[in-house]
Write a protein that binds this ligand. Sequence first.
Ligand code: M6R
Length: 644
Amino acid sequence: MPCPGPTGGSVATERTSDTVDTLESMCGIVGFVGSGSSGTQALDVVLDGLRRLEYRGYDSAGVALQTAQGLVLEKRSGKLGCLESALADDPPPPATTGIGHTRWATHGGPTDANAHPHLAGEGRVAVIHNGIIENFAELKAELVAEGVSFASQTDTEVAAHLLARAFTGTGDLGEAMRVVARRLEGAFTLLGVHADVPDTIVGARRNSPLVVGLGDGENFLGSDVAAFIGHTRQALELGQDQVVVITPHGVEVTDFAGVPVEGRRYVVDWDAAAAEKGGFPSFMAKEINEQPHAVADTLLGRTDPAGRLLLDEVRMDESVLRAVDKIVIIACGTAAYAGMVARYAIEHWCRIPCEVELAHEFRYRDPVVDGRTLVVAISQSGETMDTIMAVRHARELGARVVAICNTHGSTIPRESDAALYTHAGPEIAVASTKAFLAQITACYLLGLYLAQLRGTKAQAEIREILTQLQAMPDKIQKVLDGLGQVRQMARWMADSRSVLFLGRHVGYPVAMEGALKLKELAYIHAEGFAAGELKHGPIALIEPGQPVFVVVPSPKGRDPLHSKVVSNIQEINARGARTIVIAEEGDTDVVPYASDVIHVPAAPTLLAPLVTVVPLQVFACELAAAKGLDVDQPRNLAKSVTVE
Ligand code: M6R
């Protein structure tokens, strides 16, 4: 994709419009300080980090380096490659301290001027930001009244000017950042460097992620560990409302009042290779392929020798869990579809009423939740703001919250009463795939654990279901090994204008997930429907040639819904639809009415989504690739939605 033409120079240019139309939101942030002894250049480390963080946002990117000639800034709209080309054309002087940013803006078009870093204090301060400063307008008015002029339309620049002003007043970069942080409202991760404070980066965080990477004679900051995983696996988790100052040999953390605090150290359990494409054409293709491992790893080590489930991480009083009279699953997007799948299993195994709600809806509708409600918050990133706010709301109402999350040290597990981690490994592609399967698996474990605790399933039955679950990774692998037909179909169907997806029971959320994948990756109109709902309206959409994927339950005799879905297929087939049926191996009932049949291995009804969704993921990925689209970085999206 070509880079947009320059809309500004290599330093922030002043804009005449005073309209703030670009609020910073989900972005990738990286910072590096080195001693110089190893010869490591800050630019190399920062660009390497930005490459790994680009999935967080890819509207524009920039770096600021502390050099012998003062701060040097380069920033460009467009993908990271545009910044890299600009830097290659005009290489900056050597530097061992630098910060970098890759941006996803919520409003307004990304420009060079709005890209980060933002300069202040006559170019001696540079700041990058992830989040939204909600009181920027009032702060900006205050600064403008003092004669400060603004070069961008962002809220971030306010923080840069405040930092410059506070440093003039305090002469201490850490204290200056604390002064700034205390004035800001909203969500922010900020990193700042000052030309007069060499070998030092200051950071602050509230409601937005920031992790420290601990090296030998060098230290790092990142929105997540991917920023520095190529250099160190030693990490330090920062808490809410904390300020950190890093130098090559030191890391100091305080709260916003300046009281020293201890961060929690941990070792990242994956390495740089896990965050590379490893020969696959896209991260998404790689992550789809990793799904057998994601499920197997999420199941690993969860039982004792007698086969009883052990969920050590769910450190919640057993009496509390026994008293639970309602479960509410909150999540967004794909994670919410995982919750919808889980609901069928949890209600069936535990006999506890279970609701699934989009986190942003839950938060604002006065939900009936109390001390006997167990809220399950599902999130790959652990940083989805809608889900964070819903978790906080649930806890305020007295509910206990269990987080199901893929990212250690992230906000949602930290703010929940307990966490059950999925072990899917880093998910880089914006479209969630392996995290979805791992989330469903973790929900099954939680459901079985509750059933074991409350005695709603006999131990032998739980063992049997666990054995069936353990067989799922091989079945997923079998699906992956036989998808040539789906790949071909995706190429033929690249010109489709609309694709429908039908499913029933657990097949319904699978249908919705299939539609979401196609929308976000291939920009094709797609809808997922409950197959039983078809005759209540959506069947009017069927016209000759309309592609419809149908997720079919197990054949007759084992699943009573099978014949109902076969009837639905007949109905749409009679109206000329092109029916693409996902059915169990050996299911011949569907063949007469299907244009194409994709067979998947037999699986128990409640576990079947782990195999039936895979062809739909591959279909969307292949179709997007056939259209020449960027599979890993679809337009208008970012990996974690850290704004409400
Ligand atoms: O990080 P989370 O699981 O909380 O993210 C939730 C959704 O934003 C996410 O699943 C989104 O729908 C994906 N782009 C879907 O592929």
